[in-house]
Write a protein that binds this ligand. Structure first.
Ligand SMILES: [Fe+2]
Length: 329
């Protein structure tokens, strides 16, 4: 038998998934684009999974960065039970709270507090491309989003693979980015007109962290262009204009269409993404439609990122995002 010598991280992930699938031939994994997204079938998420099924789903997640399921009509309790098989769950949201009676779940409604501007048409959200909660020193490892009320058209979510984005950069730029760190914080974008309630919430729960621009994936060893556009406000050590222009370049690069996948929701759809190596964008078109849209999210407790240069992230303000059962609320 030949040892898998000199395999790249991607080849190791492919090998791991192949081995996992051998043990679970009833579970299907169908890629949805060249670099990101796979549709998983053959499992009933209302039931406890076998260890082999958990391994196949985790292996598919590590390779494809976001995995999708259809026709999984879970209750809140089943959503929490499914998620818990992949790690400890955080409180619903460190700033915006949780679903009453379900501390692990965050409600993603069409008009939610995280987006609150107040009156129409200012209720339009400002949420663009982002990685969840990167203002925390330990952003969630993964997020599990469940669709309940879904418009007949519109409201698709897109994800992008930040490993593929990193790998497509020039070697010269990679080397420069390896030396840099950025400041991530919760704050409304320039020009927003947030409500008093929103401002009070983020002032009471201010989260600011410094993360490396290039992080190492703690499970796969892959290098990641860790540049959550919604939260990353500046690059430390650069002049304001240098920082702004470089971030614009990186954000534009990171969401090139070939690194992305677009998912059309149905009631009972679930998207489970690796929050360490992806960014996603909340759909804006639902605000041009009268349909309602309601999803629920759980998130897995994450570790403090480590940069490609070996330095870890630093908390500037606020607390790490801990497990729901150890949280104050
Ligand atoms: Fe998000």
């Amino acid at each position: 038998m030949n040892a898998p010598l000199n395999l790249s991280p991607r080849q190791l992930l492919q090998q791991r998934l192949q081995d996992a699938q051998t043990a679970t031939p009833h579970v299907t994994v169908n890629p949805q684009s060249a670099h990101i997204g796979a549709l998983i079938g053959g499992v009933d998420l209302r039931q406890p999974l076998t260890a082999a099924e958990v391994n196949t789903i985790r292996s598919a997640l590590l390779q494809w960065k976001v995995v999708f399921f259809r026709e999984q009509h879970l209750s809140h309790e089943q959503h929490v039970a499914f998620s818990s098989q992949f790690g400890e769950l955080t409180i619903g949201h460190p700033v915006f709270g949780h679903v009453d009676g379900h501390p692990e779940l965050y409600s993603i409604a069409k008009y939610r507090r995280a987006n609150s501007y107040g009156s129409e048409p200012e209720r339009r959200p400002w949420t663009g491309w982002h990685t969840d909660v990167t203002a925390a020193v330990n952003p969630p490892a993964g997020s599990i989003l469940r669709g309940v009320t879904i418009p007949p058209y519109g409201g698709d979510t897109q994800w992008t693979n930040l490993v593929a984005a990193y790998e497509a950069l020039s070697e010269q730029l990679k080397a420069f980015l390896n030396t840099l760190r950025g400041e991530h914080r919760f704050s409304p974008p320039a020009g927003a007109n947030p409500t008093a309630e929103y401002l009070e919430l983020i002032q009471q729960n201010t989260l600011v962290s410094q993360h490396p621009l290039i992080t190492l994936h703690p499970e796969t060893g892959e290098k990641i262009l860790f540049i959550s556009p919604g939260f990353l406000k500046s690059i430390s050590g650069l002049h304001t204009r240098e920082s702004r222009v470089l971030l614009e370049l990186l954000w534009e690069h990171a969401v090139r269409s070939e690194f992305t996948v677009r998912f059309k929701w149905e009631p009972g759809s679930i998207a489970f993404w690796d929050n360490r190596s992806t960014a996603h964008v909340a759909p804006q078109d639902i605000f041009d439609l009268e349909f309602d849209r309601q999803l629920y999210r759980s998130t897995l407790v994450g570790t403090v990122p480590v940069g490609a240069d070996g330095r870890t992230s630093i908390s500037v303000q606020g607390n790490p995002v801990l497990a729901a059962h150890g949280a104050a609320f």
